[in-house]
Design a protein around this ligand. Structure first.
Ligand code: NAD
Length: 483
């Protein structure tokens, strides 16, 4: 029988009193690997109470000691990286090498957080008037909460937890109900690194738990990552209750291929970007704009690569693309293939055809050509292995078309021309820009910087933004008379 998952409250596994439960699948086999409580406001309240009880003492723990927990956590995550990656593959389906990469990117945020003694330094200006000094101190907010999506079960909780707690806050995590196992393990390892009880807590659930977190008067800030409509809802609701919010939403990422691009390397990058993790990445390439006379060669090269991609269980070393997360999502992605055909695009590779393991939630790579900007496949986030190719005569038109998108997470140009790359950098409306890079994910020392409807808020995740987000600034002015 599948294990019934528990919350983690006050440093202890805590049985849920939920009346509703959901199942966690291994998407490659359709095996039920866990039962997750879809709990309610009561569980949120217990977790927030535990986080409050832990706050005063944690906030007063010397910063060097808080940073040392991060050093120990980093070592534990590194030692357990293969175990964590296997867990990610088991509950998400992505191939093991992608899962290992994800764990590695998460570890980098812990490395960033270990530098907190430098990052949390304040500022002093002496003698702003006779005998008067001014100083700025960074102080933690209190209890903060994180709400995470299914697609990076290790990395995205690690975007939030290390900078938040090393800054002296205590934390309540609500992981995705579709991939909750990795988060539970991340917490166990954090406590094994020496974190005092209650500094991090985890509550399982869905919409009701999220709304309870957004409304809770004991929570000072919300970090959210997920789809655009929920990000907007989270931003509006939490801001209306006076909370600080960073809400990272969906994406529709454009890749512009110039006639002078290195075709073989570009195709390799595009295939990895569009079909890696079955397209279930907020940085996945979704629309390619082929500029000028490269289009026919590009489509042909993409077709032969996509047709050869090995789809199967992420645990098999030869697999290049795993399953989608759930049958209902597979159905939704497949419906976009019908939609593209109806709207007049040319279906070059059809992911619905092909022989895949029968029990898992598989859909093969799909490629459309002659896509136009008004089609749904060019505008809406599909979040699956469907790539659309458009053809345009010049870079300026390609950028103008890309800029029509409601989203602005990431965009890439493939070129050998510095002038084209600079034009792209200066005119494309996206917060993370790549040049000859299929997945231009910033390293932890930079902000994860979506624009437009890909982000709601001011301060982004990771980088120095994270430390600004999770601290309040207190300015102190002092006067001492010398006689
Ligand atoms: P989702 O929005 O369905 O769920 C995200 C979280 O919100 C989950 O914890 C879920 O339980 C909760 N939730 C879902 N519906 C809700 C509702 N109606 N009210 C309140 N809470 C709700 O997202 P997902 O399917 O888990 O993840 C995929 C999405 O996340 C994609 O749109 C992807 O682009 C986006 N994403 C964005 C980034 C980024 O950095 N911008 C990174 C990863 C994923």
């Amino acid at each position: 029988m599948a294990e019934r998952l528990q919350h983690s409250i006050g440093g202890q596994p805590t049985p849920a009193q939920a009346t509703e439960w959901d199942v966690v699948y291994n998407p490659a086999t359709a095996e039920v690997i866990g039962e997750v409580p879809i709990d309610d406001e009561g569980a949120v309240d217990r977790a927030v109470t535990a986080a409050h009880a832990a706050f005063a003492s944690w906030a007063q723990t010397p910063i060097l000691e808080r940073a040392r927990v991060m050093f120990r956590y980093r070592e534990l995550l590194w030692t357990h990286r293969e175990e964590l990656a296997a867990l990610v593959t088991r509950e998400h389906g992505k191939i093991l090498s992608d899962a290992l990469g994800e764990v590695g990117r998460g570890i980098e945020v812990v490395e960033l957080a270990a530098g907190a003694p430098s990052l949390l330094k304040g500022e002093v200006l002496q003698e702003v008037a006779h005998g008067v000094d001014a100083m700025m101190l960074r102080v933690p907010l209190g209890v903060v909460a994180g709400i995470t999506p299914f697609n990076f079960p290790a990395m995205i909780p690690l975007w939030m937890i290390p900078p938040a707690i090393v800054s002296g806050n205590t934390f309540v995590l609500k992981p995705s109900e579709r991939t909750p196992l990795t988060s539970l393990r991340l917490l166990e390892l954090l406590y094994a690194a020496g974190l005092p009880p209650g500094v991090i807590n985890l509550v399982h659930g869905g919409r009701v738990v999220v709304d309870a977190l957004l409304q809770h008067r004991g929570i000072r800030a919300i970090s959210f990552v997920g789809s655009q409509p929920v990000a907007e809802h989270v931003y509006r609701t939490a801001a209306a209750t006076g909370k600080r919010v960073q809400a990272l939403g969906g994406a529709k990422n454009f890749h512009v291929v110039m006639p002078d691009a290195d075709l073989a390397r570009t195709v390799e990058a595009l295939v990895a970007s569009a079909y890696g993790s079955a397209g279930e990445r907020c940085l996945a390439g979704s629309v390619v704009v082929a500029v000028g006379d490269i289009a026919d060669r590009l489509v042909e090269a993409m077709r032969s690569k996509a047709e050869l991609l090995r789809v199967g269980s992420g645990t098999m070393p030869e697999t290049e693309m795993g399953p989608l997360i759930r049958p209902v999502h597979r159905q939704r992605v497949a419906s976009y293939i019908d939609r593209g055909i109806e709207e007049g695009a040319t279906l070059v590779v059809d992911g619905r055809k092909g022989s895949y393991p029968s029990l898992g939630f598989f859909l093969g790579p799909t490629l459309f050509d002659h896509v136009s900007p008004e089609m749904a496949i060019a505008r809406e986030e599909i979040f699956g292995p469907v790539l659309s190719i458009m053809r345009h005569p010049d870079l300026a038109t390609a950028v103008a078309v890309a800029n029509q998108s409601d989203f602005g997470n990431t965009a890439t140009i493939y070129t050998n021309s510095g002038a084209a790359a600079r034009y792209f950098r200066d005119h494309i409306q996206a917060g993370m820009v790549g040049v000859n890079i299929g997945v231009p994910a910033p390293v932890a020392w930079f902000p994860f910087s979506g624009w437009k409807h890909s982000f709601y808020g001011d301060l982004h995740a990771t980088g120095t933004d994270a430390f600004m987000f999770y601290t309040e600034r207190r300015v102190m002015t002092t006067r001492w008379w010398s006689e």
